[in-house]
Write a new protein. Structure first.
Lengths: 142, 203
């Protein structure tokens, strides 16, 4: 039970950190996002790329020194199709799954509609997946 | 003018969170995975229970094995080797189950983080539209609602299908040099770039 509490505290803390950081960078602001995709403003693009670069450097060093293994994600036919749907949806609603929640937290009421859409989408996919696709998807390494 | 972090501070923060998440949880960062766990909380909590019983049984089995060894060979046999072996086996076999409630808390606290930022940056008030550009693109309130619902649906469906989102594939997958994540990130990003530029041309 004690370790369960520890996990909850850690996840809560990381959630807060994510919410504050993504807000402070501007990923919750559709104007900023749209300007990133049209390359009118490359600030967030560089933020994202340098974040990946920093983490890649640390994980790479830990991998080479054999302290930590790299976590590989599974490739399957849905990777490409799903990414296309996601990219299209991202421009329409201005949110990836986490962003919609943060937008709601900031008082952006339309995000409720996005959240409904995401919830239905997640459930619909599982339904289709079990019915028709049967791909091996290791979603986000959980 | 807009009051957001500049690019390198944003990069430090994003990279830092990705690394911190890995160190604290032993797992890779991914919001869409949390979404899946929360959206299917009933199935997931059953899975959690089964996994927990399994890991506890494994620990129990290791303990029983140790006790049996003690009974058979006496205290001296356990001085070095077996104890070490049991200690080393533990973290690997008992990879802790993350209950779905922790994922729920993660999502709720993200919203809370948004609220905290809004309070401290002086942006705390109710918004009835997403942003000026979004309203300009979508037009009426009805059209905007339709765009958000359909867009959200595509995001939910697409991220589950692709097995990750901008955090799972983009941040943690790419920084782990995962081939499928590099492909996924390149595709969802370029799709978004194409769609956004098309909209810009039409508008």
């Amino acid at each position: 039970m004690k370790s369960s509490l520890r996990i909850h505290v850690i996840y809560a803390m990381l959630g807060l950190l994510m919410g504050i950081t993504l807000s402070a960078i501007g990923f919750t602001d559709y104007d900023q996002l749209f300007n990133m995709f049209t390359f009118a403003d490359t600030r967030m693009l560089f933020a994202f790329a340098s974040g990946v670069g920093l983490a890649a450097m640390v994980f790479g060093i830990l991998h080479v020194t054999r302290i930590m293994r790299l976590e590989k994600k599974i490739y399957h036919p849905g990777t490409i199709m799903g990414s296309i749907l996601f990219g299209y949806g991202w421009v329409m609603c201005g949110a990836c799954p986490g962003i919609a929640l943060i937008q709601l937290g900031q008082g952006k009421l339309p995000a409720i509609l996005t959240l409904i859409g995401i919830f239905v989408g997640v459930r619909t996919y599982r339904f289709l997946h079990e019915r028709y696709f049967h791909w091996d998807t290791g979603t986000c390494g959980i | 003018m807009h009051g957001y972090l500049n690019w390198w501070m944003g990069g430090l923060a994003l990279g830092g969170i990705t690394i911190l998440f890995r160190f604290l949880t032993g797992r890779t960062l991914g919001v869409s995975g949390s979404w899946r766990k929360v959206a299917f909380w009933r199935q997931e909590s059953a899975n959690d229970k089964a996994m927990q019983a399994f890991t506890q049984n494994q620990e129990g089995a290791a303990n029983a094995f140790l006790a049996a060894t003690l009974a058979e060979f006496g205290e001296t046999s356990t001085d070095a080797g077996i104890d070490d072996e049991v200690q080393r086996a533990k973290p690997a076999s008992a990879k802790q189950v993350v209950p779905w409630t922790a994922h729920l808390l993660f999502l709720v606290c993200m919203a809370l983080g948004g609220l905290i930022w809004a309070v401290f940056s002086g942006n705390l008030h109710l918004h009835y539209e997403l942003s000026p550009i979004h309203s300009h693109i979508s037009g009426t309130f009805g059209d905007m609602s339709f765009m958000l619902l359909v867009g959200g649906f595509l995001v939910g469906m697409g991220t589950q299908m692709a097995g990750g989102c901008s955090s799972g594939h983009g941040l943690s997958g790419c920084s782990n040099f995962s081939w499928s994540s590099l492909v996924a990130t390149a595709i969802f990003f370029s799709t978004a770039v194409v769609v956004a530029n098309l909209i810009k041309v039409v508008m």
